[in-house]
Design a protein around this ligand. Structure first.
Ligand SMILES: *Cc1c(COP(=O)(O)O)cnc(C)c1O
Length: 388
């Protein structure tokens, strides 16, 4: 146990079951602990460090902005946010962007936009937002209410009203619900991340998109984890050929600094007026300068590299001893192991590889540009750890 671990146990709220590693520094896809032990990073800070840790171009953009103006508040104009919003709209066809500081805040904005649109267009009783069982949308009380996993709900009653959940694939349940309840929006993750890295079936996603369009129900896609190149496309919905009304994103967008973005499409682009929503830190110039650096380099070549790395992971792990199944998309991968996932992750840590879990799976979220040799080394360690 290190001094930091003792301080942490004494003074930090007991909300995390941390692994026994004290990180001292990192570069690219390598991390060093306080004892100088080296690890290959297969989690990238939960899909945040998209180009690896302290990527040179990102670091330059962020530190230059920090020296100019690190924070100014949203009372004034600053360049990085405007530039990042322009890039996001040009790359997605969305019309406007609201910046917050986290995934949960991006989803809060999506929910508020949907409620305001639906109330104005269809009346004050049109507020219900339908999400999927096994989804994860955040930890504020409202995004927790959106999250379709009961164990997150139990301790925090009463939840925000106005959410209903259906099973992935169950269009009949949605149509049945629509007979009795006015539906403002449906919200999905194209790949359920915290739910175990489960991609949605294309037929279901298309049926949902059709239903939404035909009924003026807004389609919200939560791209907090799947977004910013992770799925092998800029946003995961692009793998399905659908056009959402609202897209929320966060984790990988800032390249390592806190940022959340809610992208508003044609229908909701002008739903907000001054005073309707806001955030003190939202659109922070340093975070947005990092975002501009990241987004400008998520190009076809980078995405091709993501898909090639993804294939290498599937090829290495599918059918390997102790591995029952491999799921996911791009560099967002779930590995169902015979041994408990947490045991496998512990063994990986002992052998110099940092991985995550999601439900009963080992979850891999490496940097989008992880060097092939480091990826191969990490996969060899994981395969060994998964053996009985
Ligand atoms: C991580 C995550 C969130 C919450 O993001 P925070 O930044 O932790 O608030 C929301 N939705 C999805 C799909 C996520 O993976």
């Amino acid at each position: 146990m290190t001094d930091t671990m003792r301080l942490d146990a004494a003074y930090i709220a007991n909300t995390y079951a941390r692994f026994p590693v004290e990180i001292a520094s990192g570069k690219g896809s390598l991390v060093w602990d306080v004892n100088g032990k080296e690890y290959i990073d297969m989690g990238s800070g939960i899909a945040v460090n998209g180009f690896g840790i302290a990527d040179d171009a990102w670091l330059k953009a962020v530190t230059a902005q920090l020296a100019k103006i690190p924070h100014s508040s949203n009372l004034y104009y600053t360049e990085p946010g405007a530039q990042l919003a322009k890039m996001l709209c040009e790359r997605t066809g969305m019309k406007k962007v609201f910046f917050g500081n986290s995934g949960a805040e991006a989803n809060e904005c999506a929910i508020k936009a949907a409620r305001k649109y639906a109330a104005e267009k269809h009346g004050p009783d049109c507020y219900t937002i339908v999400t999927l069982w096994n989804s994860f949308h955040g930890r504020t009380l409202t995004t927790l209410s959106a999250t379709g996993q009961d164990h997150y709900h139990e301790l925090y009653q009463p939840l925000t009203p106005g959410f209903a959940h259906i099973a992935a694939g169950d269009m009949d349940a949605l149509r049945e619900l629509a007979k009795t309840t006015k539906i403002a929006a449906v919200m999905i993750e194209c790949v359920q991340g915290e739910g175990g890295v489960v991609p949605l079936e294309a037929d279901f996603v298309h049926a949902l998109a059709d239903f939404a369009r035909e009924n003026d129900v807004l389609l919200i896609v939560d791209e907090v984890q799947t977004g910013n190149g992770r799925s092998g496309r800029l946003y995961a919905y692009m793998n399905y050929g659908i056009a959402p009304d609202i897209v929320s994103t966060a984790k990988g967008l800032g390249g390592g600094l806190p940022i959340g973005a809610c992208l508003l499409g044609e229908k909701v682009g002008d739903v907000f007026a001054p005073g309707d929503h806001g955030s003190t830190f939202g659109g922070n110039p340093a975070s947005c300068a990092g975002g501009v650096s990241i987004l400008s380099r998520i190009d076809d070549a980078l995405l091709e590299g993501v898909r090639a790395r993804s294939k290498a992971i599937f090829d290495a792990l599918e059918g390997a001893p102790g591995i029952e199944a491999v799921s996911g998309m791009g560099l967002m991968i779930g590995v169902k192991t015979v041994r408990p996932a947490r045991d496998v992750v512990r063994r990986c840590i002992e052998n110099g590889v940092l991985c995550l879990t999601a439900k009963d799976r080992v979850r891999l979220l490496p940097a989008l540009n992880i060097p092939m040799d480091q990826l191969e080394k990490a996969l060899a360690v994981l395969k060994e750890a998964a053996k009985a």
